[in-house]
Design a binder for this molecule. Structure first.
Ligand SMILES: Nc1ncnc2c1ncn2[C@@H]1O[C@H](COP(=O)(O)OP(=O)(O)OP(=O)(O)O)[C@@H](O)[C@H]1O
Length: 447
């Protein structure tokens, strides 16, 4: 987050301040030395030879600056990530009485950041010192000595000697300005390297655009020998094969961590399998336009993210052109209309970040209303009633049945009883589809 916000500002300062000054700082001394050279070629040559000293001195501090700057940005990133974590998990920290310990850790991270900031400033001050004092005193001295010697030798007049000294001051002024913007320039370069690293990160999935001439209309799903892992060398799905016919409802059962949600992860193309393929309507997902694939799926996740905005705005995310009447109909079907109507501003009530004013169950019903509104041919349900009590679940089952009607459905749950009787069942164990009696019995006991 720090890189995204401050990084762009640092680039702005580097490109807007340092870079123009860098060009002026390089060209102005050459022009001034030429002018001095016209007055006296020896003095011009001597000053031309001393001018590169400043960039050389700056160059010497660069490598030190680079390592200090990297540590500074790493410390800033760690501190802002920790801060964000602490704010988002405030309730958990309070409940666990872990606020003080977290505060101590944040203070340590803050202290480390302060030290790295001081080191960065010290290197910057060193660069300014080298330029302001080392070079300025040295170069002015050199200009003075050369002008005096040339005057003594009778090569130039007193006026020309004074002009040479004054012109040399202008070279120094330009180079000093370069030093003043050194911090912005070096910081900007360090940031640009980091931003380039982010930009060069491999994209998890590539949108190939429309390779298929006519998009399929009957949308069955199939997994063919799919293996997948979030990290290199540790797969969470192993040779998974199954298919769901168009209009069919399939229940996916399995213990926590078995890999059920990862199957949805692949279907929505948040990632591609390491081997094997996932097809939709008979075509491999990577051959279909990414946006189209996602537009064909309504997903009710375990946790619902509610954006800052009104209830109606949160519902319209699923279908921006939905009328209020359609929104109300979807909310009624998801058993959330009465609750929304009881809110002070009804559908115009603001729900805060992460829907803090709604309970988990209410947010989940809102997610079901979103899915109803989206009206997509494929429905992916990932524990859609995990936050809902049994009495409400019975009500909601009707809503879910309406959502699933005539659609291709993959319904993930731990609870066998929340699956409709029409479901064909798949069992996932340790990332593998298993269909043996033993796992079915185990699952029945767990339910
Ligand atoms: N974004 C992720 N990055 C790394 N590992 C992940 C990620 N999401 C899931 N995993 C790992 O993949 C494995 C399967 O997780 P997955 O969420 O698919 O299981 P699940 O069967 O849906 O579990 P649950 O029923 O508890 O939701 C787990 O070991 C989990 O730690």
């Amino acid at each position: 987050m720090h890189d995204a916000v401050e990084g762009v500002e640092a680039l702005d300062a580097s490109n807007g301040l340092y870079f123009p000054q860098f060009l002026v700082g390089l060209s102005a001394p050459v022009v001034i030395c030429v002018v001095i050279g016209i007055l006296d070629w020896v003095a011009g040559l001597v000053l031309l030879l001393t001018a590169p000293i400043a960039p050389l001195l700056l160059g010497l501090t660069q490598s030190r600056f680079r390592s200090v700057s990297s540590r500074y940005h790493a410390a800033a990133n760690a501190l802002s990530a920790r801060f964000l974590d602490a704010v988002q998990g405030l309730a958990t920290l309070k409940a666990l009485n872990a606020g003080r310990a977290q505060g101590t850790e944040m203070a340590q991270a803050g202290e480390y950041f302060r030290k790295e900031t001081m080191k960065l400033l010290a290197v910057n001050q060193l660069a300014i010192f080298l330029l302001d004092w080392g070079f300025a005193v040295g170069a002015t001295g050199a200009a003075f000595v050369v002008a005096a010697l040339r005057w003594q030798a009778g090569a130039i007049s007193v006026g020309e000697a004074i002009a040479i000294v004054l012109l040399s001051l202008e070279i120094i002024r330009q180079l000093n300005l370069l030093g003043a913007f050194f911090f912005a320039g070096a910081g900007g370069r360090a940031m640009s390297r980091r931003i380039c690293q982010y930009l060069e990160e491999p994209v998890p999935v590539q949108d190939a655009g429309q390779r298929i001439h006519r998009l399929p209309s009957r949308l069955g799903i199939s997994f063919e020998d799919v293996s997948f892992g979030y990290r290199e060398g540790s797969d969470v799905l192993h040779d998974v094969s199954f298919s769901i016919d168009p209009g069919e409802t399939v229940g996916l059962l399995g213990a926590s961590g078995a890999g059920k949600s990862s199957i949805i992860h692949l279907l929505l193309r948040f990632a591609d399998p390491r081997s094997g393929r996932v097809t939709l309507g008979g075509y491999p997902l990577p051959d279909l336009p990414l946006e189209w694939v996602r537009s064909q799926m309504a997903w009710v996740a375990q946790d619902t993210w509610l954006f800052h905005g009104t209830v109606a705005e949160n519902l319209r995310i699923a279908r921006p052109d939905a009328s209020l009447r359609e929104i109300v109909a979807a909310s009624r079907a998801a058993c959330i209309h009465d609750f929304i109507s009881s809110l002070p501003d009804g559908y115009s009530t603001h729900v805060g970040e992460r829907g803090v004013r709604l309970s988990g169950g209410q947010a989940q019903r809102l997610a079901i209303a979103r899915a109803l509104l989206k009206d997509a041919p494929i429905v992916l349900l990932d524990e859609p009633t995990s936050h809902i009590d049994c009495a409400c679940e019975a009500n909601l089952r009707h809503a879910l049945e309406r959502l699933m009607e005539g659609r291709t459905v993959l319904h993930i749950t731990h609870r066998r009883h929340s699956l409709s009787s029409a479901c064909r069942l798949l069992y996932l164990e340790g990332g593998r589809i298993v269909l043996n009696e033993e796992s079915r019995d185990r699952e029945a006991m767990a339910a």
